[in-house]
Design a protein around this ligand. Structure first.
Ligand code: GSH
Length: 225
């Protein structure tokens, strides 16, 4: 059975993505949580992670003695398993789905910087910089566009659950954590994730964790003057 090494459920957005993809693809796997935030954190030098992931980052999936060490590679592997159903069947829709996933995997640096995933957190972020607002606008435009063009058969971006939903799941939770006002179509899309049984299992795990990362919890604790 494969083993997925992940960071804390409350904070590790890159871990949540392939974890959901594996669950949604119905791939059985063991999981090991390696807490982030201690010595070496932020420098890819956490010794417990280096012992299982050559990049010094989680997630990593160990499979028959081989390691897959990136969220997208693991999610792609999950999508390739029989009957995974994580990609639209139409080739053009599939290419659009890949574009959405790629844009998330390589983009939105300001949202990642300012709205760090923190599942337990509920606040209202004020005074966000222009580049963060630009990222938020692009994400809501993308979700609205996908829902309108491809979402007809269900509540997800491409109707049925896909890799795109796994990749944007942490962003859905960030908008809730930081009280970002969303257009109706995006608010309603978010409910699909909040009601998903696999996501809820992850969330329950995050709520049960007692580790904290001070730098993440400190975001927006002071009201902006
Ligand atoms: N591009 C990588 C990014 C993985 C990543 O940044 N993981 C974070 C946790 S969410 C990590 O391992 N950080 C350890 C550190 O910063 O030292 C992926 O997509 O898997």
């Amino acid at each position: 059975m494969p083993t997925l090494y992940i960071g804390n459920r409350n904070y590790s957005s890159w871990s949540l993505r392939p974890w959901l993809a594996l669950k949604w693809a119905k791939v059985p796997f063991d999981e090991v949580v390696i807490p982030l935030g201690g010595p070496g954190y932020g420098k890819s030098q956490i010794p417990e992670i280096l012992a299982v992931s050559p990049s010094g980052r989680v997630p990593a999936l160990e499979l028959h003695g081989t390691t897959i060490w990136d969220s997208l590679a693991i999610a792609e592997w999950a999508a390739e398993q029989p009957n995974a159903g994580l990609r639209p069947s139409d080739p053009l829709a599939r290419a659009v789905c890949r574009s959405a996933v790629a844009e998330m995997h390589s983009g939105f640096p300001a949202v990642r910087r300012d709205l760090s995933m923190n599942l337990r957190r509920r606040t209202r972020a004020t005074g966000l910089p222009a580049d963060t607002l630009t990222d938020i606008h692009r994400i809501t435009e993308l979700w609205s566009d996908l829902r309108e063009k491809y979402g007809g058969s269900g509540p997800w971006l491409f109707g049925q659950r896909s890799l795109a939903d796994a990749f944007y799941a942490p962003v859905v939770t960030r908008f809730r954590s930081y009280g970002i006002d969303l257009p109706e179509v995006c608010a309603s899309y978010s409910q699909a994730l909040f009601g998903d049984p696999d996501f809820r299992a992850w969330e329950a795990g995050a709520e049960a964790e007692t580790w904290t990362i001070e730098s993440a919890d400190a975001l927006f604790t002071e009201p902006t003057p």
